[in-house]
Design a protein around this ligand. Structure first.
Ligand code: FAD
Ligand code: NAP
Length: 353
């Protein structure tokens, strides 16, 4: 049995600190409580909003249904395979705390993913990634509650359609499957990924040759780089990178490069080139710009920030203005990374009036 609370303010539960009142709200700590919450929403015929740490959502207006916050806890080694271990972790666990715990146990593989806010359960949703490593590199399987079948199901990683900041949970299983735990395979003697220039520089600054860095060294270096350029949501509310890095066809890249010789690029699979969205936003003149209660971070053009007193509509109106400028200048449509909730069109129209 769960007894949702009525009229709960979600501002403390999203890292952009956007105001949004949930008609109903419940925290769930187990699969049974989750199942009860899902049944409650069905019985009362209200939509479900699932929240982890709220670090990848934009809440545009109030939520007319039941907001459910995943708060389940627990992690355990389920198999010791010698060189590798399998660990199962509950969805409500904090991701960064998990990274610290694995390194303290001598388990390697998550060091590049340190300091990513949010919960373990949300990690497969966008296949979290940073500094050349994605969750996909160690995800074995996902357990969850199927809102369609009304039972627990297990999906092997191969069925999760993990891709660049993407997965089946943003498409076919969107709003249909709640992840309750994940299983990861970590290594006792992993291979380091240290080829991102900022990471290499940070290691060298610490007096560590990148090819000899330990997993603990890499975690420390990534943490230092992130702390130096990313705003801490507790100090300056934000949702991390607001736009995905566009993947464009090779021919389009060549044409752009003729016009913009400094355009940075990275290979991204057959025929595709990854272009840093932050560079496009900066070239379009948005870095450090403020529009009322919201703005573009001065150190990192990909991060939109909320100075206080604003709404989701203000954030989305700013995002729309940036998208229009980037489209006009480069012919590239920037895709918003966080998930949007509420009546987005109405909210933006209101903010632009
Ligand atoms: P939420 O924001 O609560 O939810 C995100 C989406 O996932 C929602 O649609 C929600 O319904 C869904 N969801 C949440 N939990 C579950 C579940 N258990 N089952 C099914 N669906 C669920 N991301 C990166 O990939 N790399 C980074 O380096 C990175 N850096 C960041 C830095 C900052 C400062 C911030 C604010 C964000 C950053 N992010 C990064 C984005 C974000 O932290 C991740 O996407 C994170 O995994 C979101 O977790 P969350 O628990 O906060 O999810
Ligand atoms: P950065 O180091 O300034 O690099 C800018 C962009 O170039 C990054 O987005 C990265 O793509 C790409 N890049 C750099 N070196 C690369 C290489 N060797 N190979 C392939 N791509 C390369 O980036 P940053 O903004 O400070 O972020 C650092 C890392 O943390 C990135 O991996 C980024 O994705 C991650 N991050 C993510 C979020 C989020 O909310 N999603 C927020 C903060 C940081 P990728 O983004 O594809 O790695």
């Amino acid at each position: 049995m769960i007894q949702p609370r009525e009229q709960v303010e979600l501002q403390p539960f999203n890292t952009l600190a956007l105001p949004s009142r949930a008609r109903w709200f419940a925290e769930v700590r187990s699969v049974e409580e989750l199942a009860a919450a899902a049944a409650w929403a069905t019985t009362h015929d209200v939509p479900l909003l699932l929240l982890g740490g709220g670090s990848n959502v934009v809440l545009a207006g109030d939520w007319p249904g039941l907001a459910v916050r995943m708060a389940s806890a627990g992690k355990r080694v389920v198999a010791d395979e010698g060189e590798t271990v399998l660990i199962e972790v509950a969805a409500g666990e904090n991701w960064h705390a998990l990274v610290q715990w694995t390194l303290a146990q001598g388990f390697e593989g998550l060091e590049n993913l340190t300091l990513i806010p949010g919960t373990v359960g949300a990690a497969p949703v966008q296949n979290i990634g940073a500094y050349g490593v994605e969750l996909a590199s160690c995800l074995v399987s996902v357990r969850g509650w199927s809102l369609v079948a009304g039972r627990e199901e297990e999906l092997p990683a191969a069925a999760c359609e993990l891709a660049y900041r993407d997965s089946i949970f943003k498409h076919a299983l969107r709003d249909r499957f709640v992840i309750t735990s994940i299983t990861l395979r970590l290594s006792r003697h992993g291979r380091r990924v240290t080829d991102y220039p900022a990471l290499r520089e940070a290691l060298l600054k610490l007096g560590i040759e990148p090819s000899r860095a330990s997993a603990v060294d890499v975690e420390r270096a990534v943490r230092q780089v992130r702390q130096s350029k990313l705003p801490d949501p507790d100090q300056l509310p934000n949702a991390g990178s607001f736009f995905k890095n566009p993947l464009i066809p090779h021919a389009q890249y060549q044409a752009l490069r003729r016009q913009w010789p400094a355009l940075p690029s990275y290979a991204a699979g057959p025929g595709q080139i990854k272009v840093p969205a932050g560079w496009l936003v900066e070239q379009a003149g948005w870095k450090g710009k403020r529009r009322g209660a919201v703005g573009v971070h001065a150190e990192q053009a990909l991060v939109l920030v909320h100075f206080g007193g604003g709404t989701g509509a203000d954030v989305l109106a700013l995002a729309a203005a940036i998208q229009a400028d980037v489209q006009a200048r480069f012919g590239i449509a920037l895709e918003i990374e966080p998930r949007l909730y509420g009546d987005v069109t109405a909210a933006v129209a209101k903010a632009e009036r």
